[in-house]
Design a binder for this molecule. Structure first.
Ligand code: NAP
Length: 258
């Protein structure tokens, strides 16, 4: 299926590794030019080289997307994207009794306010041009909260509520806003969660990893490629009637009918 977005431009935030990288590669395979951000320049340049091999234009922006400077640099490099993929690292796990106000503000800044500010910066241009696709990488925890990830549960659900309202306003101009909710995907982020739980529980990393994969109905973790292809579809010309949705990709882990 040709997705009808060849020659478009995407700003992919936090895209040097993992799920963001998966999105950048899938969009590039569809002929989308990519502006990609991350803090670490080395992995960012390596990823950019991989994307370039797919024959599209690639611009890198090294910086922290959760800071005002990082967002300004990303928007300077890409002031009028056709596609925006919002992503950033997730907040750390822990016990809510240990989180003070600053910890909460940091999580809200990264996983709620940063994507909202980036949407604000680009959405009116998309509306004027009558095409826009915004995909926020959130978490399966929005639908199925994970107790030790309380910062993530809270901040991402705030973003989801905001998007639910705005996405109904923009769709008339062919600008859609949707969320992708990853369950367990085999990335650095998941591996660091296993390390945290291994230290806490006294079980080995491998033991926990195998048990988690076995416990998923699919018997495995998702791949960044699967995730990226779902993102590319939501960004396609054909997906203009899909907005305000939360697509859970968790191998069937969420047990509900809907
Ligand atoms: P990952 O493999 O650790 O990759 C994170 C990417 O984001 C890296 O490219 C990283 O590069 C970049 N990044 C992190 N913080 C950044 C910042 N402040 N500014 C700019 N770039 C930043 O993580 P992932 O698994 O792809 O996770 C992506 C998102 O999905 C996270 O929010 C995570 O919590 C969420 N999620 C993941 C899973 C899963 O199973 N993997 C499940 C649920 C939710 P630098 O470090 O160099 O900046």
């Amino acid at each position: 299926m040709e997705l009808g977005i060849r020659g478009r431009t995407a700003l992919v935030c936090a895209g040097s590794k993992g799920l963001g990288k998966g999105c950048a590669l899938s969009l590039a395979r569809e002929g989308v030019n990519i502006v990609v951000t991350a803090r670490g320049a080395e992995a960012l340049e390596a990823t950019a080289a991989e994307i370039r091999k797919l024959g599209v234009r690639v611009t890198t922006v090294a910086g922290d997307i959760t800071s005002a400077e990082g967002r300004a640099a990303a928007l300077k490099a890409c002031p009028s994207p056709d596609i925006l993929v919002n992503n950033a690292g997730g907040p750390p796990p822990g016990d809510f009794r240990e989180w003070d106000r600053d910890t909460w503000v940091k999580a809200l800044d990264a996983n709620m306010i940063t994507p909202i500010l980036l949407i604000r910066a680009v959405v009116d241009g998309m509306i004027e041009r009558k095409f826009g696709r915004i995909v926020n990488i959130t978490s399966g925890a929005v639908k199925n909260p994970i107790p030790e990830l309380g910062l993530s549960n809270g901040a991402r659900t705030g973003l989801t509520g905001f998007v639910a309202g705005l996405s109904r306003k923009t769709v008339r101009s062919n600008v859609t806003i949707n969320n992708l909710l990853p369950g367990p995907f085999d990335t650095d982020r998941l591996r660091s969660n296993f390390r945290f739980n291994a230290e806490k529980s006294g079980k080995s990393y491998e033991e926990l990893r195998k048990a988690r994969a076995d416990a998923n109905p699919s018997g495995r973790f998702g791949t960044a490629e699967e995730f990226g292809d779902a993102c590319a579809y939501l960004c396609s010309a054909q997906a203009g009637f899909i907005t305000g949705q939360n697509l859970l990709m968790d191998g069937g882990a969420y047990p509900g009918t809907f």
